[in-house]
Structure formats: C-alpha cells, structure tokens
Design a protein around this ligand. Sequence first.
Ligand SMILES: [Zn+2]
Ligand SMILES: [Zn+2]
Length: 802
Amino acid sequence: MIISTGTASGKSLAYLTPAIASCLDGGTVLYLTPTKALAADQLRGIRDLRITQVRAACFDGDTPYEERTWVRKHANYILTNPDMLHRGILPRHAQWSAFFRRLSLVVVDECHGYRGVFGSHVAQILRRLRRVCARYGTQPTFLLASATASEPGTFARRLTGLEMAEVTTDASPKGSTTVALWEPPLTELRGEGGAPVRRTATAEAADLLADLVLADVRTLAFVRSRRGAETVALTARAKLADVAFSLSTHPSTVTLHPNPASSAATHPNSGLAPSDQPDDGDPLSDPSGAAEASANQLGAGSSESDHPHSGLADFGESGAGEPHSGEREPLVEVGEPLSGVGGAASPQGEAGSAWALPEGSDLPDKVAAYRAGYLAEDRRVLEKALRSGTLMGLATTNALELGVDVSGLDAVLIAGWPGTRASLWQQAGRAGRDGQDALAVLIARDDPLDTYLVHHPEALFGQPVEAIVLDPDNPYVLGPHLCAAAAEIPLTEDDLPTFGNAAAAVLDTLVTDGLLRRRPAGWFWTRRERATDLADIRGGGGAPIQVVESSTGRLLGSVDEPSAHTMVHTGAVYIHQGETFLVELLDLEAGVALVSSAQPDYSTFARDITDISVLSTLRSHALGPGTLHFGEVEVTRQVVSYLKRRLQSGETLGDEPLDLPPRTLRTRAVWWTLPASEVAALAEDGFDLGGAAHAAEHAAIGLLPLFATCDRWDIGGVSTELHADTGLLTVFVYDGHEGGAGFAERGYARATDWLTATRQAIASCECERGCPSCIQSPKCGNGNEPLDKRGALRLLATLLDP
Ligand SMILES: [Zn+2]
Ligand SMILES: [Zn+2]
C-alpha cells in the first residue's frame, strides 16, 4: 500500500501502528528512509513510546561497528537506508537470517525521494530484498509513505514491482499559508559582458531570515546548495550581531533593513500571489494545504502580526525595543555558539525559545546551517537545538526536506525554485504545523526558470504536482543489480520476472562481458570483487573526497567524486559550519582536498566545456522548418575554470583556469536542427548565429526542469552553428546521467510547451542584451560568449512557427 498525502498529515502514525503491532506479534520490521537523519529522528520517536517488546535500532553508516552485531541479533525494528541495505545487509543476508525469517513489514518512508536514477536503483534494491525474503520463506507487506504525487499507485508499482493499493485522502487540519513570490531587484552592478546583476537570492534570504528570527518567528530557509545554506546562515548571523550591537548602544533605533528595495511593501516585482484555488479536498491539486493562502498575514505566527505595516522588512522603530522584554520570558543562557559545533543546547534552552533584548549578544547564535554532508555529531547538535528552540533560524539544503521531524515552524524561506511543485509544497508545508497559519516565500534566483515562475504564478498554483519519474529498466542501473543479486543468491530463470522485462537481455550482456557466468543451474557471480561496488546508487561514481584542514589535519567532511570537480577544486571557496575555507589543493588520486581557513569576499562557480557526438537517433519529427530529434549520444565534460563572484553583490571578479581530467558518459539527448535556408535568413538579418543558438540552449536548459522532473544540474547542453554529426545549426540538451534518466525524453515529448516557455522566459526579462535571469549560465565553459538575446528569440520563434 502507498499513502500519499501532505506534510504533517499523520503518515508516520499510519505506518507506526502496524509496525509496532508486527513487533508485538513476534515479527520484525524493516524501515527504510533516504537519510540517516530521518532514521535517527524516527528511532527517537519509537524509543519514546517505551514499549519493551520493540527493540528498535538504526543500522547505517553512523552505527559503531561494536554495536552492529547486537543490532543484527537482537533488534526487531531496524531503521536503515537503501545504501546500507544495498551494501551492508543484502550481501550478508545469511548473518541476518533470523531477522529475515520473521520479517513481516517493510516501511518505505519519504519514498517520493526515490526518483530519477536514484529511484531506479532503489527499485532494483527492493526487488533484491523481496528475493532474499523469499529465500527465508517470508513475503513481507510493503507500506510506502510519500508526499503528494500524481498517480502514486503507478509509481509504487514501479518502485516495488508489486501491486499496490493507494491512500490519498488527507483529512488532517491545516492552517492557511501565505505564499509570496519574491523577485530580487536588479542592482547597479555589472556582471559578465556588462550584464546587469540581480541581488542574490541568498542575500535576500539572509535578510529575511534575520528579520524573522528577530521577530521570534521560527524559520527554516531552504537553499539549493550547501554552500548557499552556509552563506545564508553566516550573513544572517552577521546581521543579528549588528542588531545586538546596536541594541546595546542605542536600544530603540535599530533598523535592520537599510535597503528599502527588499521590503515586500515597496518592491514592485515581489507581489504576493495568493492562491486562487479553493480547497477542494483533492490532494493531487492541493498537495500540502500550502496553496490555500491569505494575502494579508505576513506576520504569521509572530507577535508582530498586529503591526499596521508589513512586519517583514521593518522591525526598526517598534519591533525590537522594550515591548519584547516585557512580553517575553527572561533571557536564558543558550549555550555555546553553534558554530563551535561542540555547543550542545544547554538544559535551560529546553524550556522554550525565550530570549530578551536589549542584551541580545547571543542573537547571532539563534541561526545556524544544516546540511547532509556534516559528520553525524554535528548534525545531531543542530537537530536538537532546533527542536528545543535554542535555534530560531536554520538555513539548510533539501536534506531536511526528506522528513526530519522539525515541528512548530512558523515560516519557510525557499531561496530558488526547488525543482518541482511537489518539492515546493513539501518545503512550504514545513511551516504551520498543528493547524497554525504560516508564511512561505519563494525567492527567485538569477535564473531563467525562477524568473519565469515569479512572473507566471499560474504555473505554480492550480497545477497538479508532478508524477514521480523513474526507470528501473535502465540497463546501466539494472545490470549492476543483477550482478549483486547473483552474488547474493545465484539467479535462475524463475527470478527473471522479479527484475522486469529487460532482465533477460541485460543478463546476456553481463555474460558476454564476463561479469556473470552462465551454468545449467543459473547465473553466477564468480569474480573476487564485491558485486555491490558496480552500482553507485546515488549516481556519484568513485570514492568520496575527504576535505581536510591542512594546518591541523582535521577532517571537515566529505564530498563525492564528481561533485569534487565542481565543489572543492583547487581555488574553490568551501564553507563548513559558517567557517570559510579556501581549497589549496584537490588531489583526486589521494582522494583528498586540502583546505585552509580564509576570509575571501567572493564565491566560486566551476565551469565546464562539453563535446557531444550522436551515436543513434531513436525518434525525430518536424519542428517548424527544423527537425526535433531524440537519441543516444556520447558526452565528454571537463571542468576547465572557475568563476569568482563577489559574495553579496553577485558581481563577477574573474575566471581562473583549472586542470582537471575530462569525464565521459553515454546518455540520451534531445536536439533540434535548423536547415541552411533558415540559417541564412537569420544571418542576413544580422543575428549572431552561434550566439542565438547558445542563448537558446542556456535558457532551454533552465526551463526543462519545469517539464521533466529534474534540476538544472542534472542536464547539460551543447549548441553550435554547425555540428559535425548533423551538418546543421544544432542545439543539444542531454541527461547528465549514464544511460539517461528520462529527462531529455520528456523534453522531446513536451518540446512545443518547453520551447514556448523558454521563449517567454527570455522575452519577459527586462535586461537589454541578456543576463543570468534569462540567457547567461553560471556553469558555461565558454564564459557566456557568444550570446545573442534577440537572435535567440528569433530562432525560437522560427522553430515554433507552425
Ligand atoms: Zn535578462
Ligand atoms: Zn554556454
């Protein structure tokens, strides 16, 4: 069964009840979640119930080795993640035989996270799990919990390979959420090619976070990158430190926002966009209750809401002075600063979120950053502080989106489009638990899709959420799992239906490639290495890179290998817990990035160059006078340089070369070509052909995520005035995953809508010759040269001409 309802609708209770009943009946339960943090949270909840017959334990990368044997032998409620199931539990199923023999229930929580390539891997891991269970004579019930999605039953069938019932009615009480769409203003600064620079989403988010914390509004800020989250926390803390200082000198004259442009009341483009959609009780169109909005409650949940003016941007005259200390409990000691990491919440902090002015010297400590890459103990400290109210503001990557139980939030800031409407409502749904009203603000980044969305609220409200896309039959995914399955228990003909229609053909290839051996009894894994090493389920590839402080040898964290090229290349700015580091050296062979503490006033963006060749064309049809294709391609990508941008302003400071090896992948692409006659007409009218194609490519990459469930960094593009394989002006957009992930295919299927939106996004940007909100790309390996904005509009108009 799959339960697919909004945030905080009681899904946990719906699976916890049968899970505990299973334990009481002598069975065992396997609970799967995408993140360790969520498993830890669930464990806490189960232990709080104090049911002695339920022996719950986490079994994941954080579990100490000396505890693992105890967990295997004695626990009857195991909380783990797909990675550990894949690498640690299934390959050693014999050691878990007692557990598997009694396994009656498998809970797959937050399963909407299992999409794209990662989801396809998880689908195969669940098939391996079912097969191992069958070996021990059990057929456990699968109970899936998901955020709202379109067609959850279909998704659940693809994920588990089983027939699934669906539960989608959400009757939980919901307050109303005010949703604001917020476009930061253009600044006087000039970026690449003289383009105007918009105020950054992180700068706006940091201002809003500081404002909200000051107003005692418990706020979560979602930021796309871990680096961005840390910048937001750092900036908000600095602002709060200024406030604390001002309060200590001039207690009643603090104005946090010198810049009126970021106020909701005066900003022309950040108009509030309440939903026009009534609550019709249809969970598909109203995923979390977040769409039910009222426009005049910006101060939701805070004592500032009775201010006559918009409480968001201006707490100056009346907000931050004595009335606070009168209304609130006395100042409590909130422990050491969290940036010191050791700063566990003090016991008094558990008493509530009390703080008082004017001695607000600990104000900055009410804000911190959270991300998945932190070491376990760092994560626990932050989670605990937020629950206790010691923390009022937390900036996070979407690590928290995957269900860590943070209750009682009043506001959510979303810095940059999170990729899907489902994610947007999921994140917005974090605010306003227990039926309270709440605030959610989507802050646009300097990006064509974000620009499009804040100008087209109809693309967000009144639209169904996306279906969850995955493709378990992708041979690049299926192959490694067939090897892992054969290593667990040799495969027989009877197993083929479990692994789907593509299994037989893929097995033949594995035998030909010498990975499996065919014997009369079936298919065998006979190699010495571990079969599970073939499947890199999070799509990374290679061992993670350790980030080490060179002066002390301290391990700060780890980064997966492909991300290392873009995140910790030599010269990169790397931020850990609000501390800023410069990468002195990335040594890929040693698997280490050496960093040192530094205070640069810029951030860095890796840029890559790409070559593409067509391997085969699978489908094509006419598109205006041109042709649209879908097929297989080989892509060679190399990070070649990095761009430096001033931290707060976004101003470009320079482009530094890098020497990193290229990475090759075989994948799928959608591409369009324009015949020579049309190209000649464009040239005659004085357009820069290469610049027009390049600009259209950048914007098209930016908009595809609206039509395929992916993000901008999952896809790439190449454009050229004359491509060797097509002999024509060609623009390619490809899946950034080995074997493809279905994104380019969606682009092919929705090409007219996609390119129409691309054209509208370019046209609606008020810049003259192109900027990061329309046709510039931060990861362009050619330094955004050449680009022709008017040429791109004309090119797209030509293609879309019926
Ligand atoms: Zn622009
Ligand atoms: Zn480019």
